[in-house]
Write a new protein. Structure first.
Ligand code: ATP
Ligand code: MG
Length: 269
């Protein structure tokens, strides 16, 4: 099965998250089989990354967005575990600093975009500026409504400069979030992850859902597609994200640069 074809959101429609089952595990009912496939994908990604870096013609930007506790960190930890840190960078976007707020919302984002040959992973992203910012009225509506166009223009510009963009929404149910937040309270090793604000955000679940639906529907150009990944089962989430990244890099088919013609005669003594 092509995970890309299965989970890509076709441009043009109005996404309704209620139509996606967060428990779905298409063509893969078995956790151990999924984990074995994940291990193969992780190895494959390492090889593709090596070629991608050697080629250094394009960059890959992976955007990860989700409700709290949906597993952004876990996805990065498992799927990217085989990557060489030399040409891979994870950037986590928190509430903007005073300096960041004194610039336009894309200023800090642009700075973190991967260079040619690199893979950049965004743990949260510029989409927060039409998600939490919208839900919590952090700027007037007249400001955030323009951002969908700004984001589309920005992503198109990046694409024109060789940045390949893949955006993942890790889709969990409200009940699954409840369980995971409760675990953060119950397990001393997870207490540090608990943020009392997560409870407040959870009360706005419906507002976030609508904000995500609009962001995914309106900012989903062919060149920068969204994938809605069923994420109630962590093993399936990891498998699906890893498979889509493998498929993406395979389709780019990175090539080693041709050796310098003079090298043929060189002998190292
Ligand atoms: P975890 O899932 O482990 O809790 P996290 O990504 O939620 O990780 P936190 O430090 O708990 O990390 O939260 C970061 C917070 O920063 C989130 O609530 C997010 O919505 C917020 N944030 C990110 N970007 C912006 C932005 N542009 N404006 C306002 N808030 C933002
Ligand atoms: Mg959090």
């Amino acid at each position: 099965m092509s995970f890309t074809k299965h989970f890509i959101i076709k441009p043009g429609g109005n996404v309704r998250l209620s139509q996606f089952d967060p428990d779905d595990t298409p063509e893969c009912k078995d956790k151990s089989e999924a984990e074995a496939q994940l291990a193969r994908n992780v190895e494959r990604l390492a090889d593709l990354q090596y070629r991608f870096y050697a080629e250094s013609k394009r960059a890959l930007l992976v955007v990860i967005q989700a409700m709290d506790a949906a597993g952004k960190d876990g996805t990065i930890r498992h799927v990217m575990s085989g990557l060489n840190p030399q040409s891979c960078r994870v950037t986590s976007f928190k509430a903007p600093s005073t300096l960041e707020r004194s610039h336009d919302f894309l200023w800090r984002i642009h700075h973190a975009v991967p260079a040619r040959g690199e893979i950049g992973i965004f743990n949260r992203s510029h989409y927060e500026d039409v998600l939490i910012v919208r839900v919590r009225n952090l700027v007037p509506k007249s400001v955030w409504t323009k951002r969908y166009d700004h984001i589309n223009d920005f992503e198109r510009m990046l694409t024109d400069h060789g940045v390949v963009i893949r955006k993942f929404f890790l889709h969990i149910s409200k009940e699954e979030q409840r369980k995971r937040l409760q675990q953060r309270l119950d397990d001393p090793r997870k207490n540090w992850k608990f943020n009392p604000e997560d409870i407040e955000e959870r009360q706005r679940w419906g507002d976030y859902k609508r904000a995500y639906e609009e962001a995914i529907s309106r900012c989903n150009a062919k060149c920068a597609p969204w994938f809605v990944i069923p994420s109630n089962k962590k093993w399936f989430r990891n498998l699906a994200v890893s498979a889509i990244l493998v498929e993406t890099l395979e389709s780019l088919d990175p090539q080693f640069p041709k050796p310098h013609p003079g090298l043929v005669k060189v002998r190292v003594r």
